[in-house]
Write a protein that binds this ligand. Sequence first.
Ligand code: C2E
Ligand code: CA
Ligand code: CA
Ligand code: CA
Length: 279
Amino acid sequence: AKNCGKNNAKLYSSSLTMQIMSHVKLEVGLRKALQNDELYLLYQPQIDVASSQIVGFEALVRWRHPERGIISPTEFIPLAEETGLIVPIGEWVLRTACKQATGWQHPRRRPVRVAVNLSAKQFKDENLTQIVLSALHDSGLPAELLELELTEGTLMDDARATMVTLEQLRGIGVYLSIDDFGTGYSSMNYLKRFDVRALKIDKSFISGLPADSENAAITRAIIAMAHGLKMAVVAEGVETDAQLQLLEQYGCDMVQGYHLGHPSPPDSVQRMLSSQPEL
Ligand code: C2E
Ligand code: CA
Ligand code: CA
Ligand code: CA
């Protein structure tokens, strides 16, 4: 039994060493990813339920790793946050998305927003407001067509830099929304205070619909609350027509998910937009 424990410890520590090594290798690679042009954005459509029209696209970053192939943001964004690399990566995402979205606009079609994810770490950077202003200025994108997706954690963070930045962003007139709503700390108090325009109901609540009656109740309650506060609601992770029907019945404003469109490269975005009706 003694031996066995020793072997286990050894096994464990060697696999831990491997984990640490691959973590370090990934970090070294991530530092170079930006300059080597290995990051790119996909865009997932957000659809207005009432009109079935596209109102925006969420930018979702990918990393084309030279040896490992395509790496998901669920793997490298946490690493980027830990190392602070999220600041330059986030700036690249913001600038790229704004430039791309400027090209989406058409004089006879409804305006199309671009939504960019911001992690709490980016709010601690005192330059964030300047970066947002500069990305808007350089691209020519109107501020109201830039949506910034924050998490509840960001709004709960009472660090001074975060507060100041949120106040400044409101002044600029960007469209603020709360991502993954319902999964973090409750931020009810902050909803009014920061002039949040939309709540995105986390896909964990949507995935069990229509069968799951508890998640259905939560979804209805979030929609009712948001509308009471004059906010719009986006349901994420809509995968079936039955989910879409139910969300429409509940009065959900916008939907996003594989049923409506997968995260797609810029040329597909242009194709999707060219089939939108003219006003
Ligand atoms: P998120 O912001 O909640 O983004 C939605 C995720 O759900 C995306 O995963 C999207 O591809 C996926 N998704 C979309 N429709 C469906 C569906 O119908 N069913 C299911 N099961 N999933 C769906 P993705 O692209 O892997 O991104 C994962 C997370 O990585 C994002 O979650 C976001 O938190 C983070 N992320 C992605 N891009 C960025 C970025 O540029 N900056 C930051 N800070 N975070 C990012
Ligand atoms: Ca998001
Ligand atoms: Ca989300
Ligand atoms: Ca998320």
